[in-house]
Design a protein around this ligand. Structure first.
Ligand code: NAD
Length: 411
């Protein structure tokens, strides 16, 4: 098979599975119409999103699909009236669902993304948008051919801190930005690796559709540890670069309107806990952009400095800091400040950002009704995914990876 035919085949296969079952039947929603939502993958993050969607006015959760029976019970306890299904294609075939939330493990995002769009449903897809660069290209292409509303689960795109940052940059208060520093740090008790989850006793071959989880990876005996702890293994994950850097790099790219990186470098290793994981727990990434260098550092053995970004400009600095380490719960103390560079803005004053965060889920539901572009469209999902995958390629191949190398390797 030539490369082109192989790509076409992969594309058709991904689209075909849902297209056979469901004809796209998008209905036109009025300003007060209820948005009927389905969910694919209702584990840790999926259950957070389930609560979020239940809290949005005029949205209704209709059904969930998950390949682990435990999740059906958990979801039913949270939303008793819903239907629970064991195959996402059945959910996509339901005519009384307008929009679908995907919170499956990373290596399944592209499949669930493409099938959802092919079924004519609007989509909220968790970050990182895809597990690989070719999948990111496929999802971008599919979204361009479609009129579906797609939000990526990069919730910091809806933050007040980003709105303040864009405003200060737009008003020329920051000047020429040559460097951005960013970091994210966490800690765990001695002997306990970050992210490691206990395998529940009911996580058995009878209760899990292991083949659906593998999604084309080499067949093997059911491995409950990998099923629950997929984040630790390259086959299913991109490690902390796709778990957390992607949030911050998307935020930086949006703030500065950066294109794809021209090159990536990444060093680090498994230094914190040698618990069999493959993905590094200690990381230093450098991304090259035209006349701006962006760095991101991360450790799982010290949480002192939490997470943050410093945007360093000739006329001012933007300092965004979240004291605690949890990007998900939102419990952290967060500050966003502008500080003038007196050399070039002698009369400039320090300003504290005060713009409120928007609700990322409510923004998506609103856009499903209004057909406006949501705060984190596919285009930022694509740029941040490619940047993350370039960094991981640099780490795994122990070399500088240019955009040309990354795209050629992915063709
Ligand atoms: N935006 C954020 O802040 C944020 C935070 C945490 C996680 N996430 C993302 O959410 C996603 C899920 O992470 P998690 O921690 O909830 O993982 P998880 O393992 O807890 O949940 C994944 C769920 O998907 C189900 N699943 C697996 N294969 C499936 C298939 N073929 N069809 C349907 N369901 C399937 C599993 O049974 C499980 O219930 C990841 O991509 C992660 O990066 C985002």
């Amino acid at each position: 098979m030539t490369n082109n035919t192989r790509r076409d085949f992969v594309k058709q296969a991904a689209w075909g599975s849902a297209a056979l079952l469901a004809l796209p039947t998008a209905r036109v929603l009025g300003a007060n119409d209820r948005v009927r939502v389905g969910m694919i993958g209702v584990g840790g993050r999926g259950q957070d999103l389930l609560k979020q969607v239940l809290a949005v006015r005029n949205a209704e959760l209709v059904a969930i699909a998950d390949i682990y029976t435990r999740r059906h019970d958990e979801a039913k306890r949270m939303a008793p009236g819903i239907q629970t299904l064991d195959d996402h294609r059945r959910l996509l075939g339901m005519n009384d669902i307008d929009a679908v939330i995907v919170a499956s493990p990373l290596h399944l995002h592209a499949k669930h993304f493409l099938d959802t769009v092919a079924a004519g449903k609007d989509l909220y897809c968790e970050k990182t948008m895809t597990w690989s660069i070719p999948e990111a290209e496929q999802c971008l292409a599919a979204s361009k051919k479609s009129d579906r509303i797609i939000q990526i689960g990069l919730q910091h795109e809806s933050s007040g801190a980003l709105a303040d940052t864009k405003k200060w940059i737009h008003h020329g208060m920051v000047g020429k930005v040559t460097q951005v520093e960013s970091w994210m740090s966490r800690n765990t008790p001695h002997g306990k690796g970050q992210w490691v989850r206990e395998v529940p006793p009911d996580c058995t071959q009878q209760n899990v559709n292991w083949d659906a989880f593998l999604n084309g990876r080499p067949e093997r005996k059911f491995d409950p540890y990998k099923f629950i702890n997929w984040r630790l293994f390259w086959e299913f994950s991109g490690g902390n670069v796709t778990e957390n850097m992607v949030h911050q790099i998307a935020w930086i790219m949006s703030a500065l309107d950066l294109p794809l990186p021209s090159a990536a470098y990444m060093s680090g290793g498994v230094f914190s806990e040698k618990d069999g994981r493959e993905v590094p727990d200690t990381i230093a990434v450098t991304l090259d952009f035209p006349e701006t260098t962006v760095t991101w550092q991360s450790t799982f053995s010290n949480s002192r400095y939490g997470l943050g970004e410093h945007i360093l400009g000739s006329d001012g600095t933007i300092e965004h800091i979240a004291g605690a380490t949890d990007m998900v719960s939102g419990r952290s103390e967060e500050t966003i400040r502008y500080l003038p560079e007196k050399l070039n803005r002698p009369s400039g004053a320090t300003i504290n950002g005060e713009t409120e965060d928007q609700n990322h889920m409510a923004n998506w539901i609103d856009c499903v009704r209004s057909r406006k572009t949501p705060n984190a469209p596919v285009e930022i999902g694509y740029r941040s995914a490619v940047a993350a995958h370039m960094a991981n390629m640099a780490y795994r191949e122990k070399k500088r990876v240019t955009l040309e190398i990354a795209k050629a390797a992915s063709a």
